[in-house]
Ligand binder design. Structure first.
Ligand SMILES: C[S@@+](CC[C@H](N)C(=O)[O-])C[C@H]1O[C@@H](n2cnc3c(N)ncnc32)[C@H](O)[C@@H]1O
Length: 224
């Protein structure tokens, strides 16, 4: 059976593949508002997503009128994502790859990296956690990058987050261990109790003062 057809079969038979945690950004209305706020103050020239899955968030990103790049390592789910986003295919470029090699190639384009870029890092799924490499690749090359990491612990709140074992929980200490001094952190102001959907936490990072000032003005974010 062709990978594409296998993916369609899974899509029909496995309900979680249809719902994708309740839609774009885990079905979280607060997170969607937060993204809209960030987009309006930083006006990125492109949106880059790692971990496409079936394209629920990719389709949402395609509403914003800027190019969307999305990378996925599993060809079966990527085939489903392509089908789910066929109405916006002129705005979305998919790549079947590991997120690290995809990002290294992407940031090697000097023109792209000179502009403000928004990265949504969501390629965490198993023991091979690409997150630290993804962050280093982006911030080593791009001076005006905004990164939102999904599934991240929000200090002092009860949002759900990913924990892949010692040294691999998506939390502030994971970022601390990277020993970068050029990262400004922000967390959602909205308490988990008022969020909808899967109530996954997130952190927003930037590495330049102008973005830090713009993000600081948003009521939907608090500095971390
Ligand atoms: C949590 S899901 C992404 C959900 C999607 N962003 C959304 O909002 O609906 C994680 C996806 O990352 C993919 N993935 C895991 N490791 C990866 C890697 N190193 N490179 C690219 N994709 C990866 C998995 O196959 C899975 O489809």
């Amino acid at each position: 059976m062709q990978p594409k057809h296998k993916a369609m079969l899974h899509f029909i038979l496995e309900p979680y593949k249809r719902t994708s945690w309740g839609g774009a950004m885990n079905g979280q209305a607060g997170r969607i508002r937060l993204f809209r706020d960030i987009f309006s103050v930083v006006q990125p020239s492109a949106i880059i997503e790692t971990g496409t899955f079936i394209g629920a968030t990719t389709k949402f990103f395609a509403e914003f009128g800027v190019p969307v790049y999305s990378v996925e390592a599993d060809e079966r789910v990527l085939a489903v994502a392509k089908r789910n986003t066929r109405h916006v295919r002129d705005r979305v470029a998919f790549t079947l790859s590991d997120s690290r090699s995809f990002l290294r190639k992407l940031v090697s384009d000097p023109q792209l990296c000179k502009s403000r870029l928004f990265f949504y890092l969501d390629a965490h799924w198993n023991a091979d956690l690409p997150l630290a490499d993804e962050i280093n690749i982006i911030f080593d090359a791009c001076t005006e990058a905004i990164i939102m990491i999904d599934d991240f612990e929000v200090p002092g709140d009860s949002y759900n987050y990913d924990d892949y074992g010692p040294g691999a929980a998506l939390s502030a200490s994971y970022l601390d261990a990277m020993e970068r001094t050029d990262i400004y952190r922000f967390y959602p102001s909205l308490p988990a109790s008022s969020e909808t959907g899967a109530k996954r936490g997130c952190v927003v990072l930037c590495n330049d003062l102008d973005a830090r000032d713009r993000l600081s003005k948003l009521e939907s974010l608090r500095p971390g």
